[in-house]
Write a protein that binds this ligand. Structure first.
Ligand code: GLC
Length: 447
């Protein structure tokens, strides 16, 4: 089967696409908690940072006011130091672990003490471009300073001075919780004296799809380390037993920084725009530092040992989204993706199917995630690879049309994995995949 033949299989008809539009809207309404959208009512019953940002992209197709409110709620959780937490424990959901009482962050609203990928500024730009309502634009303009403060927090406390790459102190911050990128650095995290705890995730989901106990113990140990540092970000960044430079965080911050500069230009804030653009070379240098010549891909690097993960994951392709790459970087990435086309029915697996640890249904160790596909498709378009970008679009569409609004999907047979009735999957349908999404795709948000 040729590359382009595969693109068109099981594409939904116009009527199906309209039915999926209705279903996607219903998912967002079901998950709406008044001002914010839960990723999934059963599995993730609070506000998650990058989920909320992507949900706003869906809301914009129903109610732009509601879309802006989503971002305002997200930034209402911002800490005094600029960090925007990965979870805000808004509302009540008994039994969740680890909940606010475990994190013990001195902050209101109660939140976790770590962050998540900073995609909000890119979404702000996309919302700005949806229309010229002065009231909406004034509200988006008011979010520029908080977004800048969050980005500055990354640059101040999380940018590795030597390489320019952005480092993480907890796998959950990267959004790719159990990626094999973290296996080795995580194995070195001490877990002696860990108090007993009861998980919530594997009682609500098939445990076979979730991270195992070995990993979960270490997630909890890292949480307790932050708590012992009283959530002082510079202390945590200096002393954490887990310090890994992440390709995804570096690429998404670089892109969000550029998008914030574009937004500042549009909002007539030229000084901010200039300053933001001035930061970009160091982030691009950070990405370049993660290039692994042996595998010809961008890979995570353990900053404690200097060791590259040597793994090709879906994050390896995010530099296409985050920066303008030279041909000698683009060509090997395209080669990897074309190889994956022959191994997996649906792009983009979160781990190379040729990797020994590939598991098609276990979260970030194989399944396809719609939000990553959106960003990588954008990156491919920017680098004049329209066929592969179209392939990602067609595959994501076919996955949702075939299985529904799942959290993620098997790249082998398209079956859904994780939670269903999932917020960001529904939002991306409306924004990127539906017949009615038209010109509003994020990849057209370039200016
Ligand atoms: C999982 C994902 C993470 C996401 C969260 C809520 O933890 O790994 O990226 O933000 O679920 O959907």
């Amino acid at each position: 089967m040729s590359f382009s033949d595969q693109c068109t299989r099981s594409d939904p008809s116009e009527a199906d696409s309209a039915a999926l539009d209705r279903e996607a809207r219903a998912v967002l309404h079901t998950n709406d908690r008044g001002g914010f959208t839960v990723p999934s009512g059963t599995v993730y019953p609070f506000l998650w940072n990058w989920d909320s940002a992507f949900s706003a992209l869906g809301w914009v197709h129903m109610d732009i006011d509601r879309a802006v409110t989503e971002l305002e709620t997200l930034f209402r959780g911002q800490w005094d130091d600029g960090m925007v937490p990965h979870i805000q424990f808004l509302g009540d959901a008994g039994g969740y672990f680890p909940a606010a009482d475990m994190w013990q962050c001195p902050h209101d609203p109660p939140s976790s003490g770590i962050t998540q990928p900073p995609v909000a500024a890119s979404v702000m730009l996309a919302l700005w471009q949806q229309g010229d309502d002065p009231a909406i634009r004034a509200r988006l303009r008011a979010l520029i300073a908080p977004a800048l403060a969050w980005h500055d927090w990354f640059l101040d406390v999380r940018q590795d001075a030597a390489s320019g790459a952005i480092l993480t102190v907890h796998p959950w911050e990267t959004g790719r919780d159990n990626s094999p990128d973290w296996d080795e650095p995580l194995a070195a995290v001490p877990v002696e004296g860990l108090p007993p705890y009861e998980r919530y995730d594997d009682t609500h989901l098939d445990a076979a799809m979730r991270p195992g106990k070995h990993d979960y113990d270490r997630y909890v140990a890292l949480l307790l380390h932050g708590r012992a540092c009283q959530w002082d970000a510079p202390t945590i960044a200096r002393t954490s037993p887990f310090r890994v430079a992440d390709v995804g965080l570096t690429a998404m911050l670089a892109r969000a920084h550029l998008d914030l500069a574009r937004l500042a230009d549009a909002a007539d804030m030229p000084d901010i725009a200039r300053r933001l653009r001035g930061d970009l070379p160091s982030l691009h240098r950070g990405l370049e530092s993660l290039w692994n010549e042996d595998v010809a891909a961008y890979c995570a690097r353990d900053l404690r040992t200097g060791q590259s993960s040597g793994r090709v994951t879906s994050a390896s392709f995010l530099p296409l989204y985050g920066a303008d790459l030279p041909p000698e970087r683009v060509a090997p990435l395209v080669c990897h993706m074309k190889r994956m086309v022959t191994r997996a029915r649906y792009l983009l697996p979160s781990l190379d199917p040729d990797d020994i640890d590939f598991e098609p249904l276990r979260y970030w160790r194989g399944p396809v995630w719609a939000v990553v596909n959106l960003m990588v498709a954008d990156g491919l378009s920017r680098h004049d690879e329209p066929m592969l970008a179209a392939r990602l679009h067609a595959d994501t569409r076919a996955l949702i049309a075939g299985s529904g609004f799942w959290e993620a999907f098997s790249p082998l047979d398209g079956s859904g994995t994780g939670g269903d009735c999932f917020g960001w999957t529904a939002a991306l349908w409306l924004h990127w995949l539906s017949d009615s999404a038209g010109a509003s795709r994020i990849e057209e948000s370039r200016s």
